[in-house]
Design a protein around this ligand. Structure first.
Ligand code: SF4
Length: 450
């Protein structure tokens, strides 16, 4: 999944809902967590709750956690520290720690270490969290309101199509926390996506840990290409994306299908993690750097204007100078639109955490930081050059929201675009002529380049 996201506190119109029926959901992590949080909020609103702006205004607080990196856990622990005061002032507040930090092996340890937490719930178990809300208005026998039934869903909605992961990447804790892969049935997904679009969403992003493997565990073994084809045909849908791909699972059929579907955007996140085969083997990624290069060439041959993003871990145990040099070389050669860079941090219980205990494999923090900076520098230079290509072009922007007096949205390639306009353009596709480019965003004016 892509980079760590820290969601802002929920914004909402104030209403007269008492504290007893206000919730506060705080999310750290990837798009899967964002999607879980959206679903939870919709379900809580379905049982009579309203969002609170601050934790002390809520009787039900849910921290949706991530443990992919140590820094994400630290943010959650910091937030839990703040809740000690809230619990002291409002002892009836119920606090739930939810998400990837919660695993079967650490619940009892956490229970002793985090007395401000009342309940621990595993990732994605939305119904389990809703059942803990202290003051629901409706009986929980009634189905909770799914995100598809929100009156006003956001412009762009993430839809989980699969949970869990069957891979065993050395550094990753997700298979332990989210379990084996489970694909959601095609008919259920198409019905849900249709309802979301009917209620006003314009863009859907289908989510899975290895999204390309969707369907292999379902009867008849449908493929992601089948699902994309079905969702792409939903009337009213403007844009379709999917996340996160895996080099060992992406197929020629999927690439060809992407290219042929009118709403499927030319945008692929294909994590490479390292450019050295020695490292890829240690990481247990299941492909070689040659196979990765071949796949990128194949994608670019079929979809020449594709935007390719990747994820890289620097400082993984066993990474020598020459391994890192190969990562730099691969990134310089393949010229990604974006690289999500993470310095390795050991996740307890993973193979890489054990590898790090071996002094011959461990990478010093200063070296990790040096490598992170070197890759950041290369990344910024390439992103700046790639974005310069859009200067003077007209791109179609799906407008998501206003940000500091300017409208912000995304181009088909998923580039962030800012522009000014007096009207509210939320949810509209607007042609924007690009007047300024930088490594992380584009600026422009409404109108095309003619
Ligand atoms: S593919 Fe690897 S990195 Fe991705 S979720 Fe599965 S185990 Fe983790």
């Amino acid at each position: 999944m892509q980079d760590i996201t820290l969601l802002p506190q929920p914004s909402t119109n104030r209403d007269a809902t008492p504290r007893e029926r206000r919730y506060y959901v705080w999310t750290v992590g990837c798009q899967m967590n964002v999607s879980d949080a959206e679903r939870l909020e919709a379900a809580l609103q379905g049982v009579g709750y309203s969002p609170a702006l601050r934790p002390d205004e809520a009787s039900f607080i849910v921290l949706n956690s991530c443990s992919v990196r140590a820094s994400a856990e630290e943010r959650i622990l910091g937030k839990l520290g703040e809740l000690v005061r809230v619990k002291r002032e409002h002892p009836d507040t119920r606090v739930v720690l939810w998400g990837c930090m919660v695993g079967p092996e650490n619940r009892s340890i956490f229970a002793a270490q985090l007395p401000m937490v009342d309940h621990f719930v595993s990732p994605s178990a939305v119904d389990e969290v809703v059942a803990l809300a202290p003051n629901p208005i409706y009986s929980l026998d009634e189905p909770a309101l799914p995100v598809a039934d929100w009156t006003h869903p956001p412009v762009t909605v993430y839809v989980p199509i699969q949970y869990g992961c069957n891979m065993t990447c050395a550094y990753c804790v997700i298979p332990q926390r989210r379990g084996r892969e489970r694909s959601r049935p095609l008919a259920e997904l198409v019905a849900e996506c249709t309802r979301i679009v009917e209620r006003g969403a314009k863009e859907l992003t289908l989510l899975g840990q290895i999204v390309d493997s969707w369907g292999h565990d379902l009867p008849g073994r449908p493929t992601l290409a089948d699902l994309l084809t079905a969702v792409d045909a939903i009337p009213g849908l403007q844009r379709l994306r999917f996340l996160t791909s895996h080099p060992a699972w992406m197929t020629e059929q999927l690439i060809q299908t992407m290219a042929s579907l009118p709403r499927c955007m030319p945008d692929i996140n294909l994590p490479v993690q390292a450019g050295s085969d020695t490292l890829l083997k240690l990481m247990r990624r299941g492909y070689t750097s040659a196979r990765y290069r071949e796949l990128v060439a194949q994608i670019r041959a079929v979809i020449p204007h594709v935007s390719l993003t990747t994820d890289v871990i620097v400082g993984h145990p066993g990474e020598r100078d020459e391994d890192f040099a190969q990562t730099l070389e691969l990134c310089a050669e393949l010229r990604f639109d974006k690289i999500h860079i993470a310095a390795f941090s050991a996740r307890p219980g993973t193979l890489a955490a054990a590898q790090e205990q071996d002094p011959t494999l461990a990478v010093a923090e200063a070296v990790k930081e040096e490598r992170r900076r070197a890759l950041e520098q290369l990344h910024e230079q390439i992103a700046r050059e790639r974005n310069r290509h859009f200067l003077g072009q007209s791109v179609s922007v799906l407008v998501e929201s206003e940000s500091r007096g300017r409208w912000r949205g995304r181009s088909p390639n998923n580039k962030l675009v800012f522009f000014s306009h007096s009207a509210d353009l939320t949810g509209q596709l607007v042609p924007v002529r690009i007047t300024q480019t930088g490594p992380w965003a584009l600026q422009g004016e409404v109108g095309d380049s003619r």
